[in-house]
Design a protein around this ligand. Structure first.
Ligand code: NAD
Ligand code: IPM
Ligand code: MN
Length: 350
């Protein structure tokens, strides 16, 4: 039996609620199989910060690095909580993990499952994946303000794009496209962000020559939001920068049945560091503690985790169980735990 060391970060708000269901499914799908998961829980997030003043210590980071993979629920306190004013949990914890563990691919698949209601009247066959760059762009924290608080304040937030960083994520996206429907769409804003846009465009053009079967397309990000609503079936693989990818994937979640279904993987393809799997959504303070959160995104993130670890059969079983549950779900309103239990029950069907 192969043992996988899994760091589990339930986090804040609905994070622990959805992670409980995701680990339930993980245990059910691996029981009696040739892989077993040894879980280490990490208490990190706004709650931990309020208790101890720590966001992510070096010791936490070292301990997490000693694992094979990470499952994360969501982090972030209640917006506006004055006690969190001095901390930036999202930057100090979530982004720090993505940067330190070199998660340069943020993989966010979108599938509109049969019987799932989309807010779009005529969505067609929606099945695409956003390959979002994960370690650069405006997320790097390369900013600053002068004359803060005065009428003459200037606030800069500089997007960093390196040839190395863009090339590796673009290459990953081409490999994805070649294994899917051979279509890749670069999304950027080359008409305004001319330097970064030029680097992304030239990189895509250069890598494209190695993938002659992949049809390449380009959209400005504003136009991409139009097509995601009017014709999402046109997309196969979208490759884009960190910030555009963040925005597009909440929209992608919404059109495919809700953010409660959207899974993601923060991947270090080199395998040097553990990859981290998490729902696209946040800690949802508005519904936390009520058993209302949909754990499907977290459960589908477990499927991505299993596939990443080479456990394709288990991954497919989880995805099929979720698809069967979604198909049967209809309009009924179920609790977080009821959905987790239903997915576990579906697992044993095949
Ligand atoms: P959010 O994703 O937490 O919530 C947006 C809306 O979607 C809310 O109405 C919420 O109730 C709903 N929603 C989210 N997940 C759901 C689920 N599983 N089932 C049903 N409904 C769900 O985004 P937000 O409100 O912008 O952010 C809240 C906090 O979470 C902030 O502190 C933010 O920084 C943080 N955040 C963290 C992550 C993460 O940890 N990966 C991601 C996004 C936001
Ligand atoms: C996400 C989140 C994060 C992001 C925030 C919480 C830092 O919105 O995972 O999509 O912007 O990447
Ligand atoms: Mn986001």
């Amino acid at each position: 039996v192969r043992t996988v060391r899994l760091a589990v970060i339930p986090g804040d708000g609905i994070g622990p609620e959805v992670v409980a269901e995701a680990t339930k499914v993980l245990e059910a799908v691996t029981t009696g199989s040739d892989v077993s998961f040894e879980q280490t829980p990490f208490s990190l997030g706004a709650a931990r910060y309020l208790e101890t003043g720590d966001v992510l210590t070096d010791a936490d980071l070292d301990a997490i690095k000693a694992h094979d993979a990470i499952l994360l629920g969501a982090v972030g306190g209640v917006p506006g909580d004055p006690r969190l004013a001095g901390a930036n949990i999202e930057r100090g914890l979530l982004l720090k993990l993505r940067f330190e563990l070199d998660h340069y691919v943020n993989l966010r698949p979108t599938v509109l499952h049969p019987n799932v209601v989309s807010p779009l009247a005529n969505p067609g066959e929606v099945d695409f994946v956003v390959v979002r760059e994960g370690t650069e762009g405006p997320y790097v924290g390369n900013g600053g303000a002068i004359r803060q608080g005065t009428p003459h304040e200037v606030a800069n937030e500089v997007s960093v794009n390196t040839a190395y960083g863009v090339e590796r994520v673009v290459r990953f996206a081409f490999v994805q496209a070649a294994a899917r429907r051979n279509k890749l769409t670069l999304v950027h804003k080359t008409n305004v962000l001319v330097f970064a846009g030029s680097l992304w465009k030239r990189t895509v053009d250069a890598v494209a020559s190695e993938f002659p079967d992949v049809a390449v397309d380009y959209l400005h990000v504003d136009a991409a939001t139009i097509f995601l609503v009017t014709d999402p079936a046109r997309f196969d693989v979208i490759v884009t920068d960190n910030l555009f990818g963040d925005i597009l994937t909440d929209l992608a979640g919404a059109i495919s049945g809700g953010i409660g279904l959207a899974a993601s993987g923060n991947i270090n393809p080199d395998g040097r560091y553990p990859s981290m799997f998490e729902p696209v959504h946040g800690s949802a303070p508005d519904i936390a503690g009520k058993g209302l959160a949909d754990p499907t995104a977290a459960i589908l993130s477990v499927a991505l985790l299993l596939r990443h670890l080479g456990e394709a059969d288990a991954a497919t079983r989880v995805e099929r169980a979720v698809a069967a549950d979604l198909a049967a779900r209809g309009a009924e309103r179920r609790s977080t735990a009821e959905i987790g239990d239903a997915v576990v029950a579906r697992l044993t069907e095949d």
